[in-house]
Design a protein around this ligand. Structure first.
Ligand SMILES: *Cc1c(COP(=O)(O)O)cnc(C)c1O
Length: 426
C-alpha cells in the first residue's frame, strides 16, 4: 500500500493531509513518509532472510540526514560515492564497518577519510585506482579493504544514462582483466582483498540482467578460488526498479532464490546497494499551480516547482505520477503539460496529463523520494525546496527551504574584494 492515498477527497501522506502540509511549510516541498521507507527496507530483508545480507543504502538517491538516520535505525549500512556522503553517513552515527565506497574518481582526501573511518570496503573501479589506494594506505600504515567492481557487460534494458554494466560504460573493470588484477592486488602491501562487486544499472525491472551478471561473477569467484584468492562477500549493487507508472513489483524473492544456494556453497555474505528501491515511492514533490495557459493546441499548468527541483523528467524523459491534492470529481477534458518557471523548454515535470488543474491548485508529483532533492540545483537562482518528514499524523521540517541569503552568502565576500593571486611568471 502507498503512504500517499486519498482520505475524504484529500491526498494524505500517512495521516497528514497534503493541503495542510502546504499551508504549514509552503511549496515546493518534498514530503517523505517514514513508513514507506520502513516498508521497502522490510521487503528486502524479508526476501533475503535466508542469506547473510548487508543492505548498503545508496546515499546518492536521497542524502537527507533524516532519511539516512531512519535507514540506519532500520539496520542499513551505506553505499557512498564521495567524501561528502561519507561525512553525512558518519554524522548520523553510521557503523563504518557497514559502509562501502563506490565511484570512478575517488580523490586522495576522500580515500584517506574513508581509511581513517575504517569503512568496510572500497569498490575499486580501475587499475590506476587500485595502485593509488594501495600507495595511500601503505603510507598511512593502513590496510585498505577492497573489492574490484567488474563490468559484466550485460544490458540492463533501462535508460542509457543509467545503464552502467555495458562494456562501453566508464564504470568498473572489464571482466577479462579482473583475475589478473586480483593477482596483482594480492602482491600489494596496502591492500586486503575482501570481495567482488558489480552494479549494472538503475530502474531494472526484471531479474534477467542480474542473473546474467551473477553467472559471470560466480565463474570469476571460482577462478579466484582456484588461484588461492578467497573473498568473503559478493556485492551485486543496486538498481532494483520501482513502480513509477505501471512497472511490475521488482521480483526480490526470485533474485534471492537464484543467489541463496550459490552463496551458501561458497560461504559468502551478500551486499546489496539499493537506492531508488528504498526511497523513490516514499516521497512526493508538493507544488502549487501558479497559472494556466493555452498556447495554440497545447494546454499548460505552470507550477512553482521546476527542473531544478526535480530533474528526472528533463534528464531521462521520466514520467512520474501526478496526483492533484483535491481528488478529481470527474475525468479530465484536455491533456495538460505541467511545467515550471525556468527558462528552458526542457523544464517540464509531466507531459499530457489527464488532470484538470486551475491556479492555486496543489499537485503532488509522485515517486519523487529518489533522485529528486539529491539532483536539485540553484539553476535560475531558485532556492532549493524544503523537505518534510511525516510519521503518522506528525510532520517536521528536515531541511529548511533555502533562502536567498544562503545563496548569496558565498559570493558576497568576493564582490568588492581586491585580487589576491597573481599568475606565476611565464
Ligand atoms: C547509483 C548506484 C546505486 C543505487 O542505484 P539505484 O538504482 O538507486 O538502486 C548503487 N550502487 C552504485 C555503485 C551506484 O552508482
Amino acid at each position: 500500500m502507498s503512504s500517499f492515498e486519498y482520505q475524504n477527497g484529500l491526498l494524505h501522506c500517512e495521516q497528514f493531509p497534503l493541503d495542510a502540509l502546504a499551508k504549514a511549510f509552503g511549496t515546493p516541498t518534498f514530503v517523505y513518509a517514514a513508513g514507506s521507507i520502513g516498508a521497502a527496507y522490510q521487503a528486502i530483508t524479508d526476501a533475503f532472510t535466508g542469506i547473510d545480507t548487508l543492505v548498503c543504502y545508496a546515499v546518492k538517491a536521497n542524502a537527507n540526514l533524516s532519511v539516512l538516520k531512519c535507514l540506519k535505525e532500520l539496520g542499513a549500512g551505506f553505499d557512498i560515492v564521495s567524501g561528502g556522503e561519507l561525512a553525512r553517513a558518519l554524522s548520523v552515527g553510521a557503523d563504518p564497518n557497514k559502509i562501502v565506497f563506490s565511484g570512478v574518481g575517488k580523490q586522495d582526501d576522500e580515500i584517506k577519510a574513508a581509511l581513517a573511518a575504517g569503512i568496510h570496503c572500497f569498490n575499486v573501479e580501475s587499475e590506476a585506482e587500485l595502485y593509488h589506494i594501495a600507495t595511500i594506505a601503505e603510507a598511512e600504515g593502513q590496510l585498505a579493504p577492497i573489492s574490484l567492481r567488474v563490468n559484466p557487460d550485460v544490458d540492463p534494458k533501462t535508460h542509457p544514462y543509467i545503464s552502467t554494466g555495458l562494456s562501453t560504460s566508464k564504470f568498473g573493470i572489464p571482466m577479462a582483466d579482473a583475475l589478473g588484477l586480483y593477482q596483482r592486488a594480492k602482491t600489494l602491501k596496502g591492500l586486503a582483498i575482501k570481495g567482488l562487486d558489480c552494479h549494472i544499472g538503475s530502474q531494472i525491472t526484471s531479474i534477467e540482467p542480474y542473473l546474467d551478471a551473477i553467472d559471470k561473477m560466480f565463474a570469476l569467484i571460482d577462478s579466484l578460488a582456484a588461484e588461492g584468492i578467497a573473498i568473503t562477500h559478493l556485492d551485486i549493487g543496486g538498481g532494483m526498479g520501482v513502480r513509477y507508472q505501471d512497472e511490475p513489483d521488482f521480483p526480490l524473492r526470485e533474485l534471492s532464490a537464484a543467489l541463496e544456494p550459490r552463496l551458501k556453497a561458497r560461504q559468502l555474505t551478500l551486499i546489496l546497494e539499493p537506492g531508488r528501491y528504498l526511497v523513490a515511492n516514499a516521497g512526493v514533490l508538493l507544488t502549487k499551480v501558479l497559472y494556466t495557459k493555452v498556447n495554440g493546441e497545447k494546454q499548460f499548468a505552470i507550477v512553482d516547482a521546476a527542473m531544478n527541483d526535480l530533474l528526472r523528467p528533463a534528464l531521462y524523459g521520466a514520467a512520474q505520477g501526478i496526483q492533484p491534492v483535491k481528488k478529481p470529481q470527474k475525468a479530465a477534458t484536455t491533456p495538460i503539460d505541467i511545467v515550471g518557471p525556468i527558462c528552458e523548454t526542457g523544464d517540464f515535470l509531466a507531459k499530457d496529463c489527464a488532470v484538470d488543474l486551475a491556479a492555486t491548485d496543489l499537485v503532488a508529483i509522485a515517486s519523487a523520494g529518489a533522485y529528486g532533492m539529491s539532483m536539485s540545483s540553484n539553476y535560475n537562482s531558485r532556492g532549493r525546496a524544503a523537505e518534510v518528514f511525516v510519521q503518522g499524523d506528525q510532520a517536521r521540517v528536515v531541511r529548511e527551504r533555502e533562502s536567498i541569503d544562503a545563496q548569496l552568502a558565498p559570493e558576497l565576500a568576493g564582490l568588492n574584494a581586491a585580487f589576491t593571486h597573481s599568475a606565476p611568471p611565464s
